[in-house]
Ligand binder design. Structure first.
Ligand SMILES: Cc1cc2nc3c(=O)[nH]c(=O)nc-3n(C[C@H](O)[C@H](O)[C@H](O)COP(=O)(O)O)c2cc1C
Length: 222
């Protein structure tokens, strides 16, 4: 599974145009069971929704060119400390899991109709939705910072650290900011993210990618 998730990291790119076909029964079953696992593990209230009306806002349609979005994850939970980061981490897992199963995704923290989506998860904090479905294309790799611009290691960096940073650079971040810094010393790793409205979510996504790339057994977060 981890190897497939790692492959999915290199293949996943944002896709904003979907063909509008509904998820198949088997796709729904596997995605729902992954959602259930994550909800249980992290006490979240993520929902997989299929609706007749698209959740994409006017801005998302006109400016970002979003079309054919009728299935999506709503990243929701009871509001508490670090919940944005937890939802980012779980959302990243869902994107890679979807990719692994031949589906495409689009993170939307801004360009969705919040009022409409709120109806599906009442009383919960919603940080973003993620469109999931059959993309019209596979998307393109994002423009990326270099490893030395986002990371440093005390002494010679071990392979696992370099692999982790490489994986972190593949992570989707809001407006492709990649505003993170990863520092390492021995087996201790520290991740910081420049403060902003999406920094909690982005931090969770980057953390998830770093763990997959580096191997959780090789280091400890500090
Ligand atoms: C937390 C988060 C929020 C995002 N919000 C939006 C959004 O509201 N609208 C949009 O079109 N793209 C949104 N994106 C997609 C990013 O622009 C995209 O992930 C980034 O440019 C990197 O490209 P990639 O996903 O192809 O690697 C968001 C991404 C993340 C991680």
């Amino acid at each position: 599974m981890t190897e497939q998730m790692k492959k999915a990291m290199t293949e996943r790119h944002t896709v904003r145009k979907f063909d509008g076909t509904p998820l198949s029964d088997s796709e729904k079953i596997i995605l729902k069971s992954r959602v259930d696992e994550l909800n249980n593990k992290f006490s979240l209230s993520i929902a997989l929704i299929e609706s007749e009306k698209t959740p994409v806002s006017l801005l998302g349609k006109t400016l970002m060119g979003g079309t054919g979005v009728y299935s999506y994850f709503v990243l929701a939970a009871d509001n508490r400390e670090k919940v944005d980061e937890m939802l980012g981490y779980a959302g990243s897992d869902l994107c890679l899991y979807a990719q692994m199963n031949g589906l495409n995704t689009w993170w939307m923290a801004g360009t969705f109709s919040r009022k409409y989506v709120e109806g599906f998860v009442s009383g919960k904090k919603i940080v973003s939705i993620i469109a999931v479905g059959h993309g019209k294309t596979q998307g393109v790799p994002h423009k990326s910072k270099r490893m030395d611009q986002v990371s440093s290691y005390a002494g010679e960096a071990p392979e696992w650290f370099k692999n982790g940073v490489e994986a972190a650079l593949l992570a989707p971040t809001a407006i492709n900011q990649q505003a993170f810094t990863i520092t390492g010393e021995g087996n201790k790793v520290c991740l910081t993210y420049k403060s902003g409205p999406m920094s909690g979510i982005d931090k969770g996504i980057v953390k998830h990618h770093f763990e997959l790339g580096a191997g959780r057994e090789n280091f400890e977060w500090v």
